[in-house]
Ligand binder design. Structure first.
Ligand SMILES: [Zn+2]
Length: 117
């Protein structure tokens, strides 16, 4: 069975699953990752004007959603499922007690500290 999910005004994604559990898992993953583009930015609290960024730095790929205010939301992949991206809301997912990042994972470059905060 197939399902379509509209993730923005001009982007629709079709997913396929053998049963409702597979289809639900696919839809949840798509919504969790791509739905972040229309969610509140953790810094400026706006829902508009975000874009997807995929960049290669030193041979490593980085996937982010970037807001017009300059804030970035990094997307991560787990070791178990390296082709499946999800919004990074914890500092270190390998540690079960890792705290959640402030601002729902959105970070902006601080020119005074030279860090993403
Ligand atoms: Zn913003």
């Amino acid at each position: 069975m197939k399902a379509k999910i509209q993730i923005s005004e001009n982007v629709e994604i079709e997913v396929e699953g053998e049963n409702t559990k597979e289809l639900f898992t696919q839809l949840a993953s798509i919504e969790q990752t791509f739905g972040m583009k229309s969610q509140l930015c953790g810094k400026c609290k706006k829902t508009t004007n975000k874009r997807y960024i995929a960049r290669n730095a030193g041979g490593n790929m980085f996937y982010e959603i970037v807001c017009e205010c300059g804030a970035h939301l990094s997307l991560s992949a787990s070791k178990e499922n390296p082709n499946n991206l999800f919004p990074k809301k914890k500092e270190d997912y390998t540690k079960p007690d890792s705290p959640y990042l402030p601002d729902n994972g959105w970070r902006i470059y601080n020119t005074k500290t030279n860090k993403m905060e």
